[in-house]
Design a protein. Structure first.
Lengths: 264, 323
C-alpha cells in the first residue's frame, strides 16, 4: 500500500496571523512551521505501517506552497515519511479552495496512492474542506474528522463524531481520509531523523509537470473574491484577573458571581 | 436567482441547523427573486408529509432522492444533479459536519467557489456576499462569487429558524445515478451515544472542563464545583473523544448548544467549534493558564492561572458562601 499525506506550511502558532489589506490574502511572512494538525495524519500513516495489518511500501508527504514550504516537507519526513513531493509554481499563488483542491488532486493523481491522509484543518486557513474536494476529483470515497482507523481487507473501518453521536463507517480503498486531532499523539522526531530528513528524496514539480490546466488555478482560476476586510463587531472586553495569590483570586471570583446573583 | 439548501434528517426529524439554512435560503431567494429549493436524501422515512413541512420555513420545492443517509457523497450527487438540471445559482448549508463535506464535494464537482464558517449572508449587486470571520474571529471578510454556482457553508447556529407560515412545499422525486465512488463508503453504525446519558440542557449553571484538566480524573474537580454551585458538568470534544467524559455532555458544533446563566470553563482554549455551542450564555467565566487563550476574547470574567490551584479553592469558597 502507498500512502500520501497532505501537509501544509503555516505561520507558526506564536506568530500573530493577519490579512494583508493590499493583496487581501493571508500575510504569510514570519516564522513558519508544519501545520500541527498534519502531524496527526503522518502519525496515522506510521501507525498503519507499524500495525502490520497491511504492508505499507511507501509514505509520501505532499505539499503545495511557495519555495519555503520544503521545510514543512523536511519536518514531515523527520516524522516518518519516506520521501516528499513539492508542487510549487508562481501560477498557484492566490488559489482558493476550489483551485487548491484541484491542484492537489492533480499531484496526487501522478502518485496513484491507495490512501490519502490529511489533517482536520489548516491552522491558518481553517477551511476543513480540502479532503472532500480532493476526493471528488480523484473519485474516491472520503470521510473527514476521523478519530479511529482499523485496517481491514481492502477497506478501512473509520470512526468519527458527526451530528448525532459517533458514526462507524467502512470505506473501501483507495480513499481520502482526513483525521481529527484526537486520533493519536504524534511522536517527536529523533535527532537522527531530523538530520537525515534533508537527505531523503524531494521532488519539486511545476503545474505543467502534473498536467494542471493553468486557467484553473491561481487568482484567475479562483471562484471566490475577497471584497473587503472588516473588524468584528466590538464586544465589551471582559474583566481579567491574574492569579497571583489564589485566596485573593477566589475571593474576587466569588464576589463577581455574587454581584450577578449566581450564588443564590 | 434560486437558492438550494440541504436538509439533514434523523429519526424522522429535520436537523435544527438545516431548518435555519432552509429559512435563510428562502429569505435570500426571495430577495433575489428566485426559487427556494431543498434537497433531502434518505429512505422511506422521508414521507410526503415530512418533506412538505419544509414549506413552513419558506421552501417552495423539496427534491427527494433515495440514497443512503448520513454520508456526504450521495448528497453531492443529488445536489449536483438538481443544481445542473434546475439552474440553481447558490447552495447553502447549516453548520453541520456533513454540510462542510457536501459543500466541498460540490465545489470540486461543479468548479465552484466556496466559503465556510459563514455568519451572515447579504444581497449585494444582485448576488450573494458571505461574511466569514477569520483568524480566530479577529477579522471578517466579505466574500463574493466569481461564476456559478456559489457555495455557502454556515457556522453552527448562524441562521435563525423562521416559520414563514407558508403552506406545504411541493415534493419532487429526483432519480439520481450515484457515482461509483459514492457507493464505496457504507454506514456501519450511526449516532452511537458513548458514555452516560447526562442532562446538561436544563442546567442554569454549567462547569465545563477541557483538555487543561490533564486527565479524566480532573473532571472530579469540575463535578465538585458544579455541585457546590448547583449546576451540571459539560465538556469539549477534545476530552470526549479522549474518553474522559460522556458525549452527552459535549458542547459545540458536533455536540449540544446551551445558554445557561453561568458557563464556567476550566482548561478550555475556546476554539470556534466550542464557542458556537455556548456563546449565548449570560455570563462566561474562563480559567486558563494561557493569557492568550482565545476564550478570553469572549469571556466576561477571565482568570489567568492554574486550574488545579484555583478550582478546589473556589469550590470551598462557594460552599462556605452558600452555607
Ligand atoms: C468539524 C469539527 C467539529 C468540532 N466540534 C467540536 C464540538 O462540538 N465541541 C468542542 O468542544 N470542540 C469541537 N471541535 C474541536 C475544537 O476545534 C477544539 O479542538 C476543542 O474544542 C479543544 O478542546 P479543549 O479546549 O478542551 O482543548 P485545547 O484546545 O487543547 O485547550 C486546552 C486549554 O487548557 C489550558 N490549560 C492547560 N493546562 C491548564 C491548567 N493547569 N490550568 C488552566 N488551564 C490549562 C491550555 O492553556 C489550553 O488553552 C470540533 C472541531 C472540528 C474541526
Ligand atoms: N497547500 C496545501 N498543500 C498540502 N496540503 C494541504 C494544503 N492545504 C490544505 N492541505 C491539507 O488539507 C487539510 C485541511 O486543510 P483546510 O481545508 O485548509 O483546513 C490540511 O490539514 C492539510 O492536510
Amino acid at each position: 500500500m502507498k500512502i500520501c499525506v497532505l501537509v501544509k506550511e503555516v505561520p507558526d502558532a506564536a506568530v500573530e496571523k493577519r490579512m494583508d489589506q493590499g493583496s487581501k490574502r493571508l500575510d504569510r511572512s514570519g516564522e513558519k512551521n508544519l501545520n500541527p494538525f498534519d502531524t496527526h495524519a503522518i502519525e496515522a500513516a506510521m501507525q498503519i505501517r507499524e500495525g502490520g495489518a497491511v504492508d505499507v511500501d511507501e509514505i509520501v508527504a505532499v505539499t503545495m506552497g511557495p519555495e519555503s514550504a520544503f521545510r514543512a516537507l523536511h519536518k514531515a519526513v523527520s516524522l516518518g515519511a519516506d520521501r516528499s513531493v513539492h508542487l510549487t509554481d508562481e501560477a498557484l499563488a492566490g488559489s482558493d479552495v476550489c483551485a487548491t483542491g484541484y491542484a492537489l488532486a492533480k499531484v496526487l493523481e501522478s502518485e496513484s496512492p491507495d490512501l490519502v491522509l490529511l489533517g482536520q484543518q489548516s491552522d491558518d486557513g481553517e477551511c476543513y474542506t480540502i479532503g472532500a474536494v480532493v476526493a471528488d476529483h480523484l473519485k474516491m470515497p472520503s470521510l473527514t474528522q476521523v478519530i479511529k482507523i482499523d485496517v481491514q481487507d481492502g477497506s478501512l473501518r473509520c470512526e468519527r463524531q458527526a451530528e448525532y453521536g459517533y458514526d462507524t463507517v467502512d470505506v473501501q480503498l483507495p480513499a481520502v481520509i482526513s483525521v481529527g486531532d484526537a486520533i493519536n499523539e504524534p511522536r517527536y522526531p529523533s535527532l537522527k531523523a531530523i538530520m537525515g530528513a534533508k537527505k531523503k528524496p524531494l521532488d519539486t514539480r511545476s503545474t505543467a509537470d502534473v498536467g494542471i490546466e493553468a486557467d484553473r488555478v491561481g487568482e484567475a482560476g479562483s471562484h471566490t473574491a475577497v471584497l473587503g476586510i472588516n473588524p468584528p463587531p466590538q464586544k465589551q472586553a471582559g474583566e481579567i484577573i491574574e492569579d497571583e495569590d489564589t485566596n485573593e483570586t477566589v475571593e474576587k471570583i466569588v464576589s463577581w458571581l455574587e454581584e450577578r446573583k449566581l450564588l443564590a | 436567482m434560486s437558492v438550494l439548501t440541504y436538509a439533514l434528517h434523523y429519526e424522522g426529524e429535520f436537523n435544527k441547523n438545516s431548518l435555519g439554512a432552509v429559512s435563510e435560503g428562502a429569505r435570500l431567494a426571495g430577495e433575489l427573486g428566485g426559487e427556494a429549493g431543498v434537497v433531502v436524501v434518505g429512505g422511506d422515512d422521508l414521507t410526503d408529509e415530512l418533506c412538505a413541512t419544509l414549506g413552513n420555513y419558506g421552501a417552495q420545492k423539496v427534491y427527494r432522492a433515495k440514497a443512503p443517509e448520513g454520508l456526504a457523497q450521495p448528497v453531492v450527487d443529488a445536489m449536483a444533479k438538481v443544481i445542473q438540471d434546475e439552474g440553481y445559482k447558490y447552495a447553502l448549508f447549516g453548520g453541520g459536519l456533513l454540510g462542510f463535506e457536501i459543500g466541498a464535494g460540490l465545489t470540486a464537482r461543479l468548479g465552484a467557489g466556496v466559503t465556510m464558517e459563514v455568519t451572515a449572508v447579504k444581497v449585494q449587486d444582485g448576488g450573494l456576499v458571505a461574511e466569514r470571520p477569520i483568524l480566530q474571529d479577529s477579522a471578517i471578510v466579505d466574500v463574493g462569487y466569481v461564476g456559478e454556482p456559489g457555495i455557502i457553508i454556515g457556522r453552527l447556529n448562524a441562521f435563525d429558524i423562521k416559520e414563514t407560515g407558508g403552506g406545504a412545499a411541493e415534493v419532487v422525486d429526483v432519480d439520481v445515478q450515484l457515482e461509483e465512488h459514492s457507493t464505496r463508503a457504507t454506514m456501519v453504525q450511526r449516532g452511537e451515544q458513548r458514555g452516560a446519558d447526562v442532562n446538561i440542557e436544563d442546567a442554569d449553571i454549567l462547569v465545563a472542563g477541557g483538555r487543561g484538566l490533564g486527565k479524566a480524573e480532573g473532571f472530579e474537580m469540575c463535578e465538585q464545583l458544579a455541585e457546590a454551585l448547583g449546576g451540571a458538568v459539560a465538556a469539549t470534544r477534545a476530552v470526549v473523544d479522549a474518553g474522559w467524559y460522556p458525549y452527552a455532555a459535549q458542547i459545540g458544533q458536533t455536540g449540544k448548544t446551551v445558554a445557561p446563566k453561568l458557563y464556567l470553563a476550566a482548561g478550555i482554549s475556546g476554539a470556534i467549534q466550542h464557542k458556537v455551542g455556548m456563546q449565548s450564555s449570560e455570563n462566561i467565566v474562563a480559567i486558563n493558564k494561557d493569557p492568550n487563550a482565545p476564550i478570553f476574547e469572549f469571556s466576561d470574567l477571565g482568570v489567568v492561572g492554574d486550574l488545579n490551584k484555583i478550582v478546589p479553592k473556589l469550590t470551598e469558597a462557594v460552599k462556605a458562601k452558600k452555607g
